[in-house]
Structure formats: structure tokens, C-alpha cells
Write a protein that binds this ligand. Structure first.
Ligand SMILES: Cc1cc2nc3c(=O)[nH]c(=O)nc-3n(C[C@H](O)[C@H](O)[C@H](O)COP(=O)(O)OP(=O)(O)OC[C@H]3O[C@@H](n4cnc5c(N)ncnc54)[C@H](O)[C@@H]3O)c2cc1C
Length: 301
């Protein structure tokens, strides 16, 4: 052990949503523990998903399904009610549904997770500290775990938890025409999309939730041309039942509404996407959805 090695009871590797919520649960336990969360991002609780800055980049579940509190399925709805009452997310007033049925922007969800962490810290005898850095080595050493960070720092913990999530999406935007006679851009980069001719055809390869984000980003960037969506098999996001998908953090509640009810409220013009759910319907609308019914199996990429 070097002189600079810091000790903790629990080391949490990765401070995205899972690592942060684990810290909240540990803070709620009786006793006093020292918890270090190692995360290269500037803020805990966000990760790739909840670092989104576009209001149109929303959760795939409504507030009633996305509580981070296993003891309170209404936790996000209650937090969101207070947040909106305090003047946050004024655009939500344009949607005439109860707060529990709103699909919050992912960036606002990240704020919710951060506030729940701050509240748990304030009430606990335990401590949580964000150690900025990336873990590059892990050694099991007797009864403890030794971590090495990219800045050379060493951390030793009685327990270590891997909460590193999925690998981040490749962000190497291709801005020059390539063999496909196209320029590839980051699906979440609205600034990059403003450089696309607003009337040029855009091809999106993949029909999952990132496709929805990409269509929202194109709309925000002023694009009004045709959008083609290629998918490998059936289109996953639009035609999956509203009860499927990534799911919420609380499994106690049933889905808030049956697919036809959602479709009738938000997408009367596209019955072929009746099971798409509110988020896809409001985000994609007629621009991309119109393509799905006409793509024959032989045309699918
Ligand atoms: C664009 C996008 C949208 C999504 N939308 C939704 C949604 O609407 N609803 C839903 O339920 N799920 C959604 N997801 C899935 C989402 O990733 C999970 O819900 C949740 O964020 C996973 O939490 P996690 O903590 O496991 O991973 P993450 O939140 O990704 O956190 C992992 C963290 O580990 C850190 N890390 C990685 N390697 C190291 C290392 N070596 N050392 C230190 N830190 C490290 C990363 O920096 C990251 O912050 C979405 C995912 C993406 C990418």
C-alpha cells in the first residue's frame, strides 16, 4: 500500500444511476460508513442516459413507472410535482395529462437522482464522496479490494461494487462523405445536425430509442426533409407493447394506461403505431412512423 492510498468501507466504481442509487441505499442503513464513488464525469447520477440536455430526449417510462425509491412508487411523481410547482420544466404545461403520466426529460431525471442523493447524505451518519477518475485496475487483496485510478491514485475498500453500466456509444462523428455517400453524425448532437441541409434525406440505421432521440434532435435542428429508418427485424421501439421495453425502477405499479388509450390521446393520426406509446408518438409523429408499414421484409437492412 502506498502512502497516498485512501481507505473506505465501500468503493462504488461508476457513479451513474445504479452507483448513485446504491449509495443512497447505503446512506439509509444504520451505522456510519465511508463510501467513495469513483466516476470520471463531473456529476454523479447522470451517466450517459441522464446527461441529456435536450428536453425532447425523454425517459421511456412515465413518472409513475420511474421512481428510484423501492419503498415509494410515487417518489418521482411527488418530486416532479414539487419541481414543476417551483417553476421547473414549464413546457410540461403543454401536455394535458396528470404529472404521473408525463415522460420527463432525461436531464431532469438526472437532477431528481442527484437531489435524492443530496437528501440522503444530509440525513445520514455515513458519508459519500465523489472521487473524480476512471478505475484502470482492480486487485483482490485478502479481505479488501485495491483500485488504481487513471491519475495514479490508489483506493482500498472492504467492499467494491462494479456499477460501470454499458459501454458508452461511439461518439466519433463522421462528417465527411464516405462510401455510402453520407455523413454520419452523433444522434444526440443537435449542433452537428444543424449542419445538415434541412431538406436533405436522412437515413437512421436502427429503430430503437436512440432513433427517437435522433428524430427529436433533427426536429430541434430545423430539419424538415424525409427521414428513412432501417431496422434489422421488426421495429423494436414503435411496435413493442407499451408494457415492454427497459422497464421502470419500481415494479409495483402496472402500466398507467393500455396502448390504445395512449395512442388515442397522443397519436390519432397514426393508428398503425397504436402500441408505440406516448413518447414515440409525440417525438416521431408522422415523419418516421409513416415508413414502417410500407417497409417489406426484403427491404429491411
Ligand atoms: C441514451 C440512453 C437513453 C436511455 N434511456 C433510458 C430510459 O429512458 N429509461 C431507462 O430505464 N433506461 C434508459 N437507458 C438505460 C440506462 O443506461 C439505464 O437506465 C441506467 O442509466 C443504467 O445505470 P448504470 O448506473 O448501470 O449505468 P450508467 O448510468 O451508464 O453509469 C455507469 C457509469 O460508470 C462510469 N464508469 C464506466 N467505467 C468506469 C470506470 N472504469 N471507472 C469509473 N467509472 C466508470 C461511467 O462514466 C458512467 O457514469 C438509457 C441509456 C442510454 C444510453
Amino acid at each position: 500500500m502506498t502512502e497516498s492510498t485512501r481507505n473506505a468501507d465501500v468503493l462504488i466504481i461508476g457513479g451513474g444511476l445504479s452507483g448513485t442509487m446504491l449509495a443512497v441505499q447505503l446512506l439509509r442503513l444504520p451505522g456510519a460508513r465511508r463510501i467513495l464513488v469513483i466516476e470520471p464525469r463531473a456529476e454523479l447520477g447522470r451517466g450517459e442516459a441522464y446527461s441529456a440536455v435536450e428536453l425532447g430526449h425523454t425517459l421511456n417510462g412515465n413518472a409513475a413507472r420511474m421512481s428510484v425509491d423501492p419503498d415509494n412508487a410515487d417518489d418521482l411523481t411527488q418530486w416532479l410535482t414539487d419541481y414543476i410547482d417551483a417553476g421547473g420544466w414549464p413546457e410540461s404545461a403543454q401536455q394535458s395529462v396528470p404529472i404521473s403520466e408525463l415522460f420527463p426529460p432525461r436531464g431532469i431525471f438526472g437532477l431528481y437522482a442527484q437531489q435524492r442523493l443530496a437528501e440522503a447524505k444530509a440525513r445520514s451518519a455515513s458519508s459519500v464522496e465523489h472521487v473524480r477518475g476512471e478505475v484502470v485496475d482492480l486487485q483482490l487483496d485478502g479481505a479488501s479490494t485495491l483500485l488504481t485510478l487513471d491519475n495514479g491514485q490508489s483506493l482500498r475498500g472492504a467492499l467494491a461494487v462494479l456499477a460501470t453500466g454499458m459501454f458508452p456509444a461511439a461518439r466519433t462523428a463522421q462528417t465527411e462523405p464516405n462510401g455510402l455517400n453520407a455523413a454520419a453524425v452523433d444522434p444526440w448532437d443537435v449542433a452537428a445536425m444543424t449542419r445538415i441541409d434541412p431538406h436533405a434525406p436522412v437515413l437512421i440505421i436502427g429503430s430503437g430509442l436512440t432513433m427517437v432521440d435522433a428524430v427529436v434532435s433533427l426536429e430541434q435542428a430545423g430539419h424538415r426533409g424525409p427521414i428513412e429508418v432501417f431496422f434489422a427485424a421488426r421495429p423494436a421501439a414503435p411496435c413493442a407493447p407499451a408494457t415492454a421495453g427497459l422497464g421502470g425502477f419500481s415494479r409495483r405499479r402496472p402500466p398507467p394506461a393500455q396502448p390504445p388509450a395512449i395512442a388515442a390521446r397522443s397519436a390519432p393520426a397514426m393508428p398503425q403505431c397504436a402500441s408505440a406509446g406516448h413518447r414515440l408518438a409525440s417525438a416521431v409523429g408522422h415523419r418516421a412512423c409513416a415508413h414502417w408499414p410500407v417497409v417489406e421484409p426484403g427491404q429491411r437492412a
